[in-house]
Design a protein around this ligand. Structure first.
Ligand SMILES: O=C(O)CCC(=O)C(=O)O
Ligand SMILES: [Fe+2]
Length: 538
């Protein structure tokens, strides 16, 4: 006799035109009935997942608008884990987490799913108390998911996508844990999200180029430089490879946008700036510029990522560029009286695309050094000269900085791309935790020093003229990785300021310090998710 689990359902009632009622039963694959998941092989797990997605599509849980398996057309029979299931979820009517677009969610399923939980990721900008700076859900979410999985089975836990989505719908409505001030914090973020959506809506009716906001049409082929467009349309790696030039090891350039497109984006930045609507800083280091994801252009850059950037990233960077899932897209702006340049840094990005939009300028090159964590991290490799319409692409962990502009004004479009599978990898996490740090090869090159990040900066250079505007968070290189000739930094070198802004160079992954132990409230949430599950599967 098969035991019935929370969160699963097997049957649909279909009312036919003639008024008769048909009962359709879609049972899980045999392995799910007879064996516990530990005994399943990969084919059985894939088969089970296929069934789960089919059941979800047949009856979507509350708030969920769509679900699809996205590993590609051959998903069901051949794609290797992690399997990728995308969903769109929306908060309840009238809530701060409801929009016409909905919230895109990616569930990554390892080869051990459903014995282990899905890794649930939000793919777009959402201001929510529970999401960390990388849009990650907190431990409590997974603890609750585990409780739900365990409560459904006396043997081994079996996780379900349906439960994951139900719990996410809860997250969009109220805090999952009872820490002091939790509800207030939840409300603050919800208000921020509501304001963000209102700003996007208000700007939508006064924008300059409506086509930049047309998410149905997406990124248009005619905005691409003709050479790139032809290569993309040919659909071959060889054609793309011919368009891309390696300017130094690991840094590439290619013609990307037409001048008309560059001007259209600049017009939009000018129009938004003149509108008086709220603006946010692109990252913790640029003070001028505009986050395009905050003005309603995020869907347009999703489309650019999908149609163009993914192909190039995959071709150039086999690990980091294997899949681009999410982006932070913004414009930086340099001119006398604004930011002049940008201190040496690495990006909170796996693969960065940087396109020069104009206007007229002199100076303002982009200097590249080595890779974070490597012996030559602070050794000069290349000075790149920006050309309007051209894109330079590099790994986010490549150290780089913008040289001061000497006249005119420069605007660049920057797209920081995240690869979520790569971000779960040991290589990525160990680098973030500074566990993979080679000893520096020797003293740093002067051009590669970062006032913001280097502990020993002042041993080699004077404070920069703009230092009063710069937030100093010196940590690099970690003491154990300093070169042999390195002296111990002075106390001033070690002084740290912290504005709590979004990090563009992350020394370490922040621990999620959820101190969330009020069993009573957790039990209440759990009970309510379970009872909803019961109610809708009946
Ligand atoms: O100004 C540039 O070209 C580079 C900007 C940059 O590196 C960044 O915003 O992360
Ligand atoms: Fe950067």
């Amino acid at each position: 006799m098969m035991s019935r689990r929370h969160g699963e359902d097997y049957a649909d009632l279909v009312v036919k035109k003639d008024g008769s009622v048909q009962l359709k039963i879609d049972l899980p694959p045999p392995c799910a009935i007879h064996d516990s998941p530990e005994l399943w092989d990969e084919a059985a797990r894939r088969q089970y997942l296929k069934w789960e997605v089919r059941r979800l599509e047949a009856r979507l849980p509350p708030g969920v608008e769509s679900v699809k398996w996205t590993n590609g057309p051959s998903t069901s029979s051949t794609s290797p884990p992690p399997w990728r299931v995308e969903a769109v979820i929306n908060g309840p009517e009238g809530s701060a987490y409801r929009s016409s677009e909905g919230i895109r969610v990616l569930m990554l399923l390892s080869e051990n799913y459903p014995s282990v939980p899905p890794d649930v990721n939000i793919l777009q900008t959402v201001h929510h108390f529970f999401l960390d700076h990388d849009n990650g859900l907190p431990h409590i979410y997974y603890e609750l998911l585990t409780d739900i999985a365990e409560s459904a089975s006396s043997e081994s836990p079996r996780f379900s996508l349906r439960d994951a989505l139900r719990l996410l719908y809860h997250v969009l409505q109220s805090p999952l844990h009872p820490c002091a001030g939790c509800q207030e914090q939840f409300d603050v973020y919800a208000r921020m999200n509501r304001e963000r959506l209102e700003t996007i809506e208000q700007y939508g009716v006064q924008c300059c180029h409506a086509e930049l906001f047309d998410r149905d049409a997406g990124w248009r082929a005619e905005w691409l430089h003709p050479t790139l467009r032809a290569a993309i349309e040919s659909g071959t790696d060889e054609a793309l490879r011919k368009v891309v030039e390696e300017v130094t090891e690991g840094v590439y350039r290619f013609p990307m946008l037409t001048h008309a497109c560059c001007e259209m984006i600049i017009d939009e930045v000018d129009t938004y700036t003149a509108s008086g609507l709220p603006t946010s800083r692109p990252n913790s280091m640029n003070k001028y510029g505009l986050v395009l994801n905050e003005i309603g252009m995020e869907p347009m850059f999703n489309s650019l990522q999908e149609r163009v950037l993914r192909h190039i990233a995959r071709l150039l960077f086999s690990d980091e560029g294997a899949q681009l899932d999410r982006h932070h897209s913004f414009v930086v702006q340099y001119a006398a009286g604004k930011d002049l340049g940008l201190d040496m840094h690495t990006d909170n990005s796996d693969v960065t695309f940087n396109v020069c939009l104009g206007r007229q300028f002199e100076g303002a090159g982009l200097t590249f050094c080595g890779y974070m964590g490597q012996a030559k991290h602070r050794k000069l490799t290349h000075c790149y000269r920006h050309v309007k319409g051209d894109c330079v692409v590099h790994l986010g962990r490549r150290r780089h900085g913008a040289d001061d502009i000497t006249s005119g004004e420069r605007l660049n479009l920057i797209i920081w791309n995240h690869n979520l599978v790569f971000r779960n990898s040991k290589a990525y996490l160990e680098l973030q935790q500074q566990k993979r740090y080679e000893r520096e090869a020797g003293p740093p090159d002067i051009e590669c020093l970062s006032y913001t990040h280097d502990r020993d900066y002042l041993q080699y250079k004077e404070k920069p003229a703009a230092h009063a505007k710069m937030t100093r968070r010196p940590w690099c290189p970690p003491k154990f990785a300093a070169h042999d000739a390195g002296q111990s930094p002075s106390s001033e070198d070690l002084q740290t300021e912290d504005d709590g802004g979004a990090g563009s160079e992350l020394g370490a992954v922040e621990d999620d310090e959820s101190t969330l132990e009020d069993a009573k409230v957790i039990q209440e949430v759990l009970a309510s998710v379970l009872s909803e599950a019961e109610a809708t599967s009946r």
